[in-house]
Every structure is written in C-alpha cells, then in structure tokens.
Design a protein around this ligand. Structure first.
Ligand code: CA
Ligand code: CA
Ligand code: CA
Ligand code: CA
Length: 333
C-alpha cells in the first residue's frame, strides 16, 4: 500500500508537470479489467441505430511505452459475427472489417480526425499495417485472432505519453447484426501476455451492458490540466437505470440518461482536486424488469469542445471518493 501511494504521488507530480507515465498500470484488455464491461459492439451498417450503435464503426488506440522494444500482437476475441456472443437480426449476414494503423497520422493529439468522432472525417489516418474481414466464421467463434507481429517503432510517437500509438478500427461494412468482440494487446500471438506500462483508449465508446441487475459497468476518463467542466453524452441508454459520476471529490452526480435512439447530454463542473486524476462513470442497471442486450455509446468533451479519452486502465488508479479531500491516496489493490 505504501508503494502504491508512492507511485501515486509520483504520478500526481508527473501529471502536474505535464508529463505522464503509465508505470505499474496493466492496461491491455479492452474492455479493461476495472471496467466490468462484457464486450465492445459494432453493428453492420445496414443496422438500426436504435439497436445502440450510432455510427457502425469503433476506433481504439493502443499506447506502447518507449522502453518496450520487442514485437507485439493485437488479439481480437470473437472477431466473427455468428455463433456465440453476437447479436443476430434475422440471420447472420454481417461482415466487419478490422484494420490496424501505425505511423504518422495515427496520434489523435496531432490529428483530430483520427479520433473517429465525426462521420465523414477521415478516421483512417496513418499507414495501414494489417486488416481482415470477418463474417460468420466458426473458426473464430468464441476464439482469438491475432494481428501482428508489429514493431513498436511502427507506431506514431507521442511525447506526452512517451509511447508509440497504434490504432485499430472496426467497421460494419455489410449486414445488420451486431459484432461483439474484445481486444487484447499481447507479447505473444497464442496467449494473452500483457506489455507492462501499455494502455488503450478511445474517444467514443460503444459497449454492451451485462444482462444482470447487479453488475455495474465503469469507464474512466482522465481529467487533464485546464479542464473546467465536461460535457458527457450518452446514446440509446434505453432508460436503463442511472449513470453516476464519481471521483475523489464527487460522491456521485446523477447524469441525464438517454432512452431509445437518442442522445442525452449533461454538463458537469470539474473541481481543482479532480484535475490530474480519473473520473469514474458508473452505469447502474434499472431494477425490476431487465433491460436486455443493452448497447450504449458514450462520449466526453471539455469546455473547449476537445474530446477526452476513456482509458482501459484508469490513470492514477480507480478514483475513490474522499470525505476529506486533503487525504489523497490511491485505492489499495
Ligand atoms: Ca461469435
Ligand atoms: Ca442479419
Ligand atoms: Ca463477435
Ligand atoms: Ca441501447
């Protein structure tokens, strides 16, 4: 616990000095370990937005720390659209394209379009390193497919994060079914072997809630210097319970929720003690009648309209509400 606290203090001072490192943060699973989210979701482009995907594509980034100098793989769990896990509409006729990008144009800090937030903009900036289309393929049903090997230096170097950035895009190029899948950043093509200090992030998160009243999903945006308030948007939440914003300073603010095929938006003030830490957006399911197979989209921006990232592994750890904000410590693991 003492060690954690020391690391936290270092992180806090690094973040205040404008330079952030991800030491001691395992963050290769997408969705991440602390998020308690079952799957990412991308529908075929002939789907209905009322099924919970507003744009039929999803962009994720992986950050590989500069110190890591071996090859790596991006593994996809259940890349197919068929068999287990996936959301069928009629019969399975969806094809999704997964593409991995590196090189200049990937880093969203330098290429706004790369964030993948607005339809019509080129979210495919960078060099295409690998791609594959998946349909209804039993060979990859409930199994992994591995892209790679990749060399870290094929990424787009970001000085702030001291990391090479890679991007993976999933697009529903045909059909109307939902592809449910997960990613794992791995040192090994056959097993999930994490890369220490790596992390993953996105700007628009499309995911599936559990079919379980008790399960609470979390996503963790990082509040950088200069953020005064945030604008949280959620899409197609189907009136499924509450969305709570928790932080070191907030015990739980209720955010407005969306219903069917619409967006809800809320403006949430940020207090100085929250800068340089993560927020915890908690997704609590409605009790009573179960809202089944709920897919939802979440985005976030600051007062200037800049999009904020959701990190698969929360920076500085999972934030814990402090009754006295003077006592600043990370949650012991
Ligand atoms: Ca499947
Ligand atoms: Ca179909
Ligand atoms: Ca799938
Ligand atoms: Ca939904």
């Amino acid at each position: 616990m003492k060690l954690k606290r020391t690391i936290y203090t270092i992180l806090l001072s690094l973040s205040l000095s404008g330079f952030i490192q991800w030491t001691d943060m395992p963050g290769q699973e997408v969705p991440g370990r602390d998020e308690n989210i079952t799957f990412l979701v991308t529908f075929g482009k002939e789907g209905e937005t009322s099924w919970g995907d507003d744009d039929f594509y999803q962009v994720f980034f992986f950050a590989i720390p500069r110190e890591y100098n071996q090859q790596f793989y991006i593994r996809i769990f259940d890349p197919d659209v068929g068999g287990e896990h996936d959301e069928i509409q009629g019969d399975f006729n969806t094809r999704t394209l997964f593409s991995v990008y590196g090189g200049q144009g990937v880093d969203p800090d330098r290429n706004e379009e790369s964030k993948g937030l607005a339809n019509g903009l080129n979210y495919k900036g960078g060099n295409l390193l690998a791609s594959r289309v998946f349909g209804d393929e039993p060979r990859y049903d409930n199994k992994y497919f591995s892209f790679g090997p990749f060399n870290p230096t094929a990424g787009d170097f970001n000085t702030k994060w001291n990391s090479y950035i890679f991007k993976i895009v999933c697009e529903g190029i045909r059909g109307d079914d939902g592809n449910l899948y997960r990613y794992f950043l791995s040192r090994d093509p056959e097993n999930n072997v994490p890369i220490e200090g790596a992390n993953a992030f996105t700007y628009e998160y499309t995911f599936r809630m559990w079919n379980d009243f008790k399960s609470v999903a979390h996503i963790y945006p990082y509040v950088d210097t200069g953020v005064i308030y945030i604008r949280l948007r959620n899409f197609d939440w189907d009136n499924d319970g509450n969305i709570l914003v928790v932080s070191r300073y907030k015990q739980g603010i209720d955010a407005p929720i969306s219903s069917e095929d619409d967006w809800a938006e809320s403006r949430i003030p940020i207090e100085p003690p929250e800068v340089g830490s993560s927020l915890d957006f908690q997704f609590h399911k409605r009790q009573g009648e179960l809202v089944k197979n709920n897919n939802v989209v979440v985005t976030l921006e600051n007062q200037r309209g800049d999009a904020l990232q959701f990190f698969s592994s929360p920076i500085g750890g999972v934030p814990v509400y402090q009754t006295s904000i003077q006592v600043r410590k990370a949650k012991p693991k």
